[in-house]
Design a protein around this ligand. Structure first.
Ligand SMILES: NC(=O)c1ccc[n+]([C@@H]2O[C@H](COP(=O)([O-])OP(=O)(O)OC[C@H]3O[C@@H](n4cnc5c(N)ncnc54)[C@H](O)[C@@H]3O)[C@@H](O)[C@H]2O)c1
Ligand SMILES: [Zn+2]
Length: 354
């Protein structure tokens, strides 16, 4: 077992990585807690619900799942169900599922009666290494992803790698790209593990899986602790995300999983770093080679560099029309860069499109 402290303005909590911790969930429910609501999806509940059921009293709430259902109307409906079941200020939400359930459950807890506690139990690789730690919660608008939300830090994040046994291959690989990202932004050791042990990683060999999750959670916990509200340091977590988000939006969130779009975004960012002269060719090729180990991602056919470029300026992270890029200058370190000429950005996107 390993445990990482996340300290924010308001509290300190732990993100714990431990096989079997799901069965110990009750230990993390504070004394004098009222009704406990477990928010999950039907697939996760069927696979893993038995590890929670019967261990402490709770009401199960089902989220329909899927990015198109990551909506305020779904959260309102869940809040009505809670109220009808007698929820009050002493209630607790346990978000038990992938990133959509973690973001939605956290948001539900943030706004129910102006805020009740939440425990995050992420069940996808992506949610374990990224979404569940850090207190960012929310839902999508038709106008864009995650445009409504709140910062709401959990009481604890319980990460049980055992649940990954049932995760579909494609979802698993999508999460691996976020781990490669964590290595590139802050940990050469993690990057080397991903670059050299891909066979074991893809075979979900427990020793290596536990190590890569642990190291990624450690990085996320450190970065969030240093900068809860994404003023500066937390921006480095967006490596690959500026252009990745543009790709997701351009393909209406249908063709690529988030992690796959981030893979593309990282490749474009690596090319951009190379074109601006801040990154050497050897490091660039090594990064791109490593992305390929965990691919392929769906086809990029029909996607125009110009359309992706047009979307960059609309990104939520764009501040007053200035696009910020997070670019590596070596493996394990990134810098936030602005003011890159449009033509160079277009060229980098074109190179990643192939
Ligand atoms: N808050 C943050 O900081 C943050 C960071 C990254 C991503 N996100 C958000 O996370 C979301 C994506 O999360 P995701 O990739 O986990 O997708 P997801 O929540 O849609 O889960 C993917 C699929 O896997 C299923 N599933 C979950 N756990 C399973 C298991 N153990 N076995 C079998 N199936 C399982 C889910 O029901 C779903 O069908 C996006 O909406 C993104 O915006 C948030
Ligand atoms: Zn991401």
């Amino acid at each position: 077992m390993s445990s990482h402290a996340v300290t924010t303005r308001t509290q300190t909590y732990r993100a714990i990585v431990e096989r079997g911790i799901l069965r110990r969930t009750a230990e993390f429910i504070p004394p004098r807690t009222g009704k406990v609501f477990v928010l999950t999806t039907s697939d996760v509940w069927e696979f893993h619900g038995a590890k929670l059921a019967g261990r402490f009293p709770h009401v199960v709430l089902f989220h329909p799942g899927g990015e198109p259902n990551k909506r305020l109307s779904v959260i309102e409906d869940l809040a009505e169900q809670m109220a009808a079941a007698g929820a009050d200020r002493s209630s607790l939400v346990i978000a038990f599922g992938g990133g959509i359930v973690n973001d939605g459950g956290g948001f539900l807890a943030a706004i129910f009666m102006r805020g009740i506690p939440v425990i995050q139990i992420p069940t996808t690789l992506l949610a374990q290494v990224d979404a569940a730690v850090g207190g960012k919660t929310g839902v999508n608008l038709v106008s864009g992803k995650n445009l409504i939300g709140a910062f709401h830090q959990p009481l604890a994040v319980l990460i049980d790698p055992d649940v990954l046994a049932t995760l579909p291959e494609r979802e698993y690989r999508a999460g691996l790209f976020e781990i490669v990202k964590a290595g590139i932004i802050r940990s050469p050791e993690l990057f080397e593990l991903m670059a050299n042990r891909s066979h074991d990683v893809l075979a979900r060999q427990p020793g290596v899986v536990d190590r890569i999750i642990d190291e990624s959670v450690k990085i996320k916990a450190e970065v969030v602790t240093a900068d809860e509200r994404e003023s500066d340091l937390r921006k480095i977590l967006n490596f690959g995300h500026t252009i990745g988000h543009a790709l997701e939006a351009e393909t209406k969130y249908e063709r690529f999983l988030h992690g796959e779009a981030v893979c593309f975004g990282m490749e474009a960012a690596v090319r951009l770093a190379q074109l601006t002269g801040m990154l050497g060719a050897a490091d660039a090729e090594r990064m791109i080679h490593t992305f390929r180990l965990y691919g392929p991602i769906p086809s990029l056919d029909g996607i125009e560099a110009g359309n992706l470029f047009g979307r960059l300026v609309k990104d939520k992270k764009t501040i007053q029309g200035t696009v910020h890029f997070v670019l590596p200058d070596r493996i394990g370190n990134v810098k936030v860069v602005t003011g890159i000429a449009d033509a160079i950005v277009l060229e980098a996107i074109g190179m990643a499109l192939g």
